[in-house]
Design a protein around this ligand. Structure first.
Ligand code: 13P
Length: 247
């Protein structure tokens, strides 16, 4: 099997953490990260803790990112955080269009693509999240839904696509303990890969997310088009997260 793309294992802390809890988690990650194998390891934290990540992870192999970014570069947008602000103090990654933001904040696929473009312009690497609901899957609409979510992102063009990451996170597998089977995930990853390849961007990394644990990571990573994981709950437990990275 040819796996030329460097594996990426990214934690999404979502709205969890405290200064003290983060310090304990990060200390353990930093101490043990060198044993986590060849995978690139990253964590995405709530905005107030990004400075803590900047300080604690400096000089470590672990990179860090935010969970959202504004479409706008600056101005009267109370509560928003711009890509330039994130880049200003060394942020590498930003999640764009996580399903929780699509569902709870009404983010459209056009807005998600605009966020990715803004992030790219500031030198950040967007991790664009796509995924279908259980109704979509039961209705045999998976490729249709994912295709629609991808369309404005693909329209960003080959050069932009070459600088981003896609995360496939089936909504029904997020936080439910019900992970997609490796075959189910691979089928969608192959579809996404094909869409990217048609735009000349077949080497984009595609992460899987949704109830990834140390116990199921290896079988997911064995699939040819799965290039790593976007990990929610299990990224809050240092040893579990590191075991996923080592899988
Ligand atoms: P869980 O790993 O908790 O299912 O969350 C997945 C996710 O949404 C990561 O962004």
């Amino acid at each position: 099997m040819s796996h030329t793309r460097k594996r990426l294992v990214m934690g999404n802390w979502k709205m969890h953490g405290s200064f003290a809890a983060n310090a304990a988690l990060l200390d353990e990650l930093v101490a043990e990260a060198p044993q986590a194998g060849d995978a690139e390891v990253a964590v995405c934290a709530p905005f107030p803790y990004l400075a803590q990540l900047q300080g604690t992870l400096a000089g470590s192999p672990i990179s860090w990112g935010a969970q959202d970014v504004s479409i706008h570069t600056q101005g009267a947008y109370t509560g928003e955080v711009s890509a330039g602000m994130l880049a200003d103090f060394g942020c590498t990654w930003v999640l764009c269009g996580h399903s929780e933001r699509r569902a709870l904040h009404g983010e459209t696929s056009d807005q998600v693509a605009a966020k990715a473009a803004t992030a790219l312009a500031a030198g950040l690497t967007p991790v664009v999240c796509v995924g279908e609901t259980l109704d979509d899957r039961d209705g045999d609409q998976v490729e249709c839904v994912i295709g629609d979510q991808l369309e404005p992102v693909l329209a960003l063009g080959t050069e932009a696509l070459g600088r981003l990451v896609i995360a496939y996170e089936p909504v029904w597998a997020i936080g439910t303990g019900r992970t997609a089977t490796p075959e189910q995930a691979q089928a969608v990853h192959a579809f996404i890969r094909q869409s990217l390849t048609q735009q000349g961007a077949g080497q984009v990394r595609i992460l899987y997310g949704g109830s990834v644990k140390a116990g199921n990571a290896a079988s997911l990573f064995a699939q040819p088009d799965i290039d790593g994981a976007l990990v929610g709950g299990a990224s809050l437990v240092a040893q579990e997260f590191l075991n996923i990275a080592a899988a």
